[in-house]
Design a binder for this molecule. Structure first.
Ligand SMILES: *[C@@H]1O[C@H](CO)[C@@H](O)[C@H](O)[C@H]1NC(C)=O
Ligand SMILES: *[C@@H]1O[C@H](CO)[C@@H](O)[C@H](O)[C@H]1NC(C)=O
Length: 327
């Protein structure tokens, strides 16, 4: 009997039951380093002044490829796709170039596209990436190890690139390389984000917003110990699959990240920065973080859907949607 009680306790602990009891209240006790008012600091950076507090988290890996001329002075792209990809995903990148990432999709709407990569240890793959980069001019590669556990570094590499090399962009779409995106619906959305899909201006970060508890179940890939994040809820976060950021929000997120302790999950990290610079994420149901089941007509208003890691499927769905006027 005693043994049973003990193992039951161990089991509960393993399932995170006791951990939840030790969590702090998100609404009343929240603070996350660095505990300073970020807005004045962000403004100092934007104005090119020396900040009064020293940054704690700079993305200071060097760029091997940085698409210097992607957004040359007069290009003023309306949309810049910044796509997190992984080194061997050549076929996914090619499908994106031919579908939603096509820079020439609309003759009157300038768009740009880059893929974010880290580095690996296989010289053959790197050679192929060098060729791909020479051919398409859309690879931004920074010198950190390309691994999903380094996704926050990848996101930071994208913020920095966008601020320093593409500051003429109006909206930045941060997306994964396994997404379906309707370029046409994205533009409709940007024109009127608060009322989409019906036809207001544009504060913030938009995507599918969550406000959920952290995972305390030890075997989970998303397990987080109290020492790393002690609160009972995450800050409101946009699923990292795809989200849209205005130029102003981008500047706030980029400079705000300098003063936010690195966190392993990039969607939570972005949410922490957003909270600290007082940007409210906007919820829109037409960003699907799961794979919305497909039919020719069910994708009429879809802006983004997860689950398109198969390049042929992406091409066929996107082409069909384009032909019926929804992509
Ligand atoms: C890079 O950033 C980290 C953390 O922000 C800092 O500790 C380190 O000193 C920086 N390195 C350089 C070369 O600036
Ligand atoms: C993340 O990148 C850094 C820099 O390349 C590396 O030292 C570290 O091992 C990487 N982390 C993971 C989990 O791959």
């Amino acid at each position: 009997m005693k043994l049973c009680a003990v193992s039951f306790t161990v089991f509960l602990n393993y399932m995170g039951v006791f951990t939840h009891a030790y969590e702090k209240d998100y609404y009343t006790e929240f603070s996350y380093p660095l505990d300073v008012d970020l807005q004045p600091l962000v403004k100092q950076h934007i104005d090119g002044k020396v900040p009064t507090t020293e940054p704690i988290n700079l993305f200071n890996y060097s760029y091997l490829k940085s698409c210097e001329n992607k957004c040359s002075k007069n290009s003023n792209p309306v949309i810049v796709f910044v796509v997190k990809s992984a080194l061997p995903h050549f076929n996914r990148r090619q499908a994106i170039r031919q579908t939603w990432g096509n820079q020439n999709r609309f003759s009157d709407v300038p768009m740009r596209r880059v893929f974010l990569l880290g580095t690996g240890f296989d010289p053959d793959i790197q050679r192929l990436i060098d060729q791909e980069s020479a051919l398409h001019g859309d690879i931004v590669q920074a010198d950190f190890h390309d691994d999903y556990r380094n996704n926050t570094l990848k996101t930071m590499s994208g913020f920095k690139w966008a601020v320093e090399k593409c500051s003429s962009g109006r909206f930045f779409v941060f997306a994964d390389d396994d997404m379906y995106i309707s370029t046409k619906n994205l533009l409709r959305f940007i024109r009127n984000p608060l009322k989409y899909p019906e036809s207001q201006p544009t504060p913030t970060v938009k995507g599918y917003v969550f406000h959920t508890p952290p995972q305390r179940h030890k075997p989970s890939k998303w397990y987080v110990p109290l020492s790393e994040y002690p609160y009972h809820l995450w800050p409101p976060y946009v699923t990292a699959g795809a989200y849209v950021v205005s130029r102003e929000a981008l500047l706030n997120l980029h400079y705000g990240s300098y003063y936010t302790k690195l966190f392993q999950f990039d969607d939570i990290f972005v949410a922490l920065v957003a909270l600290k610079v007082k940007i409210d994420p906007v919820h829109c149901e037409e960003f699907y973080f799961w794979k919305k089941s497909y039919s020719k007509f069910s994708y009429r208003n879809v802006i983004a859907s997860h689950g398109y890691g198969d390049p042929d499927e992406l091409r066929s769905v996107w082409n069909e949607q384009k032909s019926v006027g929804h992509a």
